[in-house]
Design a protein. Structure first.
Length: 278
């Protein structure tokens, strides 16, 4: 079996089938599977890796549909230093990622908002959940400008890169978009869930402090101890809460973090029998 075939097999085994989504001339592949309320899973570096596919499986088993746009990399490809460096280099020179880092409207977030609107129109219900991770972590917040997104998860949001004090506390959204997001969380009683390892230098303390300051009780922070000597033996350089550093064992902090993600989705996306009867 060739490498390309093995990647395709991973996607096939997870039930993920390829479709497309187009917006303003930009066409990207989108992988879908499952039944139930829709969750957009935005991959991290280097792309839709086996651990990302495993996360999709867990969401499907929990009763959700997953919608996974191909934002970067080769779908199904295992993580490696070479693949990660290659994808990161492309992202660093990408006009789309540059705009996000400077808090301007980004073509990729506009495209993702369109995908979320299309998913809401297709599936109906209360709205769409989004999991952004690493470079895409902040996308989940930016997508809240649209009413379709009602359950955002910011897992290790790493952009903008924390080169300075100002960039460390930046959320990667424009001032006007942040006003809109704050209005929505208040008016609709929405929650924004943030996940990170405490010792992760890519996700500075200042960024989560800013989220608390701006969103108040509507921001829920899940911060996992990864300091030297922590009770669960988590490495100090752990980064990917729901994928590469996830441990599928009850009682493990990453397992608990996924439980909180699922609880957010259940509260905001699932239409209860009582609400239907009203």
């Amino acid at each position: 079996m060739s490498t390309a075939q093995s990647y395709e097999q991973l996607l096939f085994d997870a039930g993920l089938h390829k479709t497309e989504h187009a917006y303003q001339g930009a066409v990207r592949d989108v992988y879908r599977a499952g039944e139930g309320p829709p969750i957009l899973v935005l991959s991290e570096i280097p792309g839709i890796t086996p651990p990302t596919i495993a996360l999709c499986r867990r969401l499907i088993e929990a009763g959700y549909s997953v919608i996974v746009p191909q934002i970067m990399g080769v779908p199904g490809r295992a993580i490696s230093i070479a693949a990660s460096v290659s994808v990161l280099a492309r992202a660093c020179i990408s006009h789309e990622f540059e705009l996000l880092a400077t808090r301007q409207a980004s073509p990729i977030t506009e495209w993702l908002r369109s995908l979320a609107r299309a998913a809401h129109a297709e599936y109906g219900g209360k709205g769409v959940g989004v999991i952004g991770m690493c470079l895409t972590g902040g996308f989940a917040l930016a997508m809240m400008v649209d009413s379709a997104v009602v359950a955002p998860v910011l897992s290790q949001p790493s952009l903008p890169v924390a080169w300075s004090k100002a960039s460390a506390c930046s959320l990667g959204v424009s001032d006007s978009d942040l006003v809109r997001i704050k209005e929505r969380v208040q008016a609709e009683n929405l929650s924004v869930l943030g996940l990170r390892f405490k010792s992760d230098p890519l996700v500075p303390n200042a960024r989560f402090r800013r989220l608390r300051d701006e969103l108040g009780d509507h921001f829920i922070a899940v911060e996992i101890d990864s300091r030297r000597g922590n009770a669960h033996g988590i490495k100090r350089w752990a980064h990917s809460v729901l994928t590469h550093d996830y441990v599928d064992e009850p009682g493990h902090p990453t397992h608990h973090a996924l439980d909180q993600v699922l609880a957010l989705f259940a509260s905001k996306l699932i239409v209860s029998n009582s609400s239907v009867s009203k």
